[in-house]
Design a protein around this ligand. Structure first.
Ligand code: ZN
Ligand code: ZN
Length: 576
């Protein structure tokens, strides 16, 4: 129907709440909410969640300064300045300092004996040498002849820059370790494009005099670094690292707060070694490369070959800047609202556990949770005379009701109105009605599920229920059973109370009295049964009631619980 769906659009559903009046729970709720609010505020201020962020864009230039007097073997005393020390490499955001060197002087194009090495065996005759041959470790192209390398060894002759570099291991201690005292000025310009904010690490207040005299020992913002200090800050020893070289990272972190009240935008420097440290265990450790200086001697080109070991300093810049943003603040506040659900979860859990009063917990869960039974499942209530609690069990079509495991066990809820009415009726005629019918017909033998010895066999599993859990006397033998359940004047009074103009025909009256007797039994044993459950009357009691108020044709409809929510008025407890 179209009108139905239209009507549905005009509806609003909201949750129904349960309010518990409790000082303890109230203070717990507010304490938890206050703790959550505190946490949210601290996290917001600590992580600046109210800000919008932008990443840094930067450029780096470096200026190395220093000069040192050194002694090179085979060359003699030399003064090396920054140009010599910087080697040949100039890369983006990094600078190189030569710390050790192997020098091979006066190399000329010519023929000479190849240097023996691990992978290359020496030769005995010219047959061992292939003309034009070379490999990855060769210094030149083989000429095909086998010549003397030294007194003991012969190697293949090569066309190469001769004499060939013979040293493979760098000198120890490092020849240019004096580079430790060199200084470098790092100039770093940064920009945060989103905020159009520009800054450099040479801050506006720094003068030329300041830069000349500043020292990182007492001023962490000084942009001039002594190389020895940099290496030491990275946890290394300069003299050790100088031998084979390596890579050191200079990290500049910008963490800027651009809000006017909290404005702060200063660089933070940190240092660490970037290459593999264990030179003993690492293949090809350190950092080295070769370069040469060429000159003409008598018209012949000569060169001096340098194998330079050194330290490369990589300057890495990263960081972010934050500025207050109303949208970010709203997004953050929105994302934290769900934390308040923790209070409910925690308090609900606390009430459910034994930490809190069981009575309050039971009351709370009864008010809070409304049970709706599955249409297919019929829940039966069972009350044993030797147990205080009620059991709720699912109806089984195979197992006898006596053997089905309970879904839950509930305390019995007394029905005070019923008790009071019954007591009023009982009072005046307490001793009149003692016509306890001993027994007329011998009963068939009690079935196996019976514990009281009074039940009769039943074909339907839902009717196979005894009044007891363990063996013992039957509830139907109690004098109170006669008085509360069977006594005719009581049942008549109850029926009349319910319907003052009840018909008086005998047949109808007997059936009505029988059903009223079941009702009396249920009120007695179950009190107010939990909603949605069908109280089951034990077989022995049914038998006893039927004997008292028999059907004229001996036919009974049996216990047929219906799958609807029942009200405990009239004889609505199925059909017995
Ligand atoms: Zn029994
Ligand atoms: Zn019994």
């Amino acid at each position: 129907m179209p009108s139905c769906s239209v009507l549905r659009l005009c509806q609003y559903e909201t949750n129904k709440l349960v309010r518990i009046q409790s000082v303890r729970l109230g203070s717990l709720k507010w304490s938890l909410n206050a703790a959550i609010l505190l946490f949210i505020c601290v996290m917001m201020l600590w992580n600046r969640k109210y800000q919008e962020f932008d990443l840094v864009v930067s450029s780096v230039t470096t200026k190395l300064k220093g000069v040192a007097q050194i002694r090179l073997p085979g060359v003699g005393e030399l003064v090396w300045d920054v140009v010599d020390f910087s080697g040949a490499s100039q890369e983006k955001n990094s600078f190189f300092v030569v710390t050790n060197v192997i020098v091979t002087k006066n190399q000329k194009q010519g023929r000479c004996a190849e240097v023996p090495s691990k992978g290359r065996s020496s030769c005995r005759s010219d047959q061992d040498c292939e003309k034009g041959g070379w490999d990855l470790h060769s210094h030149g192209i083989q000429t095909g002849s086998c010549v003397k390398f030294d007194v003991l060894k012969k190697t293949c002759e090569v066309s190469a820059w001769c004499p060939i570099e013979t040293k493979t291991n760098p000198p120890r201690p490092a020849l240019l370790a004096a580079a430790e005292n060199f200084t470098v000025l790092i100039k770093n310009n940064i920009r945060f494009p989103a905020f159009n904010f520009i800054r450099r690490n040479i801050l506006p207040g720094m003068t030329a005099d300041y830069l000349k005299s500043c020292n990182r020992g007492n001023d962490s913002l000084c942009p001039i670094f002594r190389l020895g200090d940099v290496v030491r800050s990275a946890g290394e020893k300069f003299s050790e690292m100088a031998v084979e070289g390596g890579v050191i990272g200079i990290q500049i972190k910008w963490d800027c707060n651009l809000d006017p009240l909290m404005h702060r935008c200063l660089p933070r420097y940190s240092f660490r070694r970037l290459d593999e440290k264990e030179s003993n265990r690492t293949l090809y450790p350190g950092l080295n490369f070769r370069f040469a200086k060429y000159n003409q001697v008598n018209g012949v080109e000569e060169r001096t070959l340098y194998k330079a070991f050194g330290i490369r300093f990589d300057v890495m810049v990263f960081g972010q800047a934050g500025k207050f943003s109303f949208i970010q603040l709203i997004v953050y506040v929105g994302s934290t609202l769900s934390y308040y659900a923790l209070t409910t979860v925690l308090i609900d859990w606390l009430i459910g556990t034994s930490c809190y009063s069981a009575e309050v917990g039971q009351n709370y869960s009864e008010r809070k949770v409304e049970d709706v039974q599955d249409q297919q499942k019929v829940i039966l209530g069972v009350s044993y005379v030797d147990e205080n609690n009620l059991r709720l069990v699912k109806r089984s079509l195979k197992k006898s009701l006596q053997d089905v495991k309970p879904m839950s066990v509930l305390p019995r809820q007394e029905d005070p109105g019923h008790l009071r009415a019954v007591l009023c009726l009982l009072q005046p005629r307490m001793d009149q009605d003692q016509d306890h019918k001993a027994d007329q017909n011998p009963r068939p033998a009690a079935p196996s599920w019976c514990k009281c010895d009074c039940c009769v066999p039943a074909s339907l599993p839902q009717e196979q229920l005894c009044c007891r859990r363990s063996s013992g006397g039957c509830i139907s033998s109690s004098p109170l059973f006669d008085q509360l359940v069977l006594r005719r004047p009581l049942l008549e009074a109850v029926l009349l109370y319910r319907d003052p103009l009840a018909p008086l025909e005998d047949r109808v009256r007997t059936a009505a009295l029988r059903h009223c007797a079941y009702q009396q039994f249920i009120s007695w044993r179950f009190g107010s049964p939990p909603a949605g459950c069908h109280p089951a009357v034990p077989s022995c009691c049914i038998q006893r009631i039927r004997e008292e108020y028999p059907s004229p044709d001996g036919q009974y409809r049996g216990f047929r619980p219906v799958r609807t929510t029942i009200t405990m008025q009239g004889g609505a407890n199925g059909e017995l």
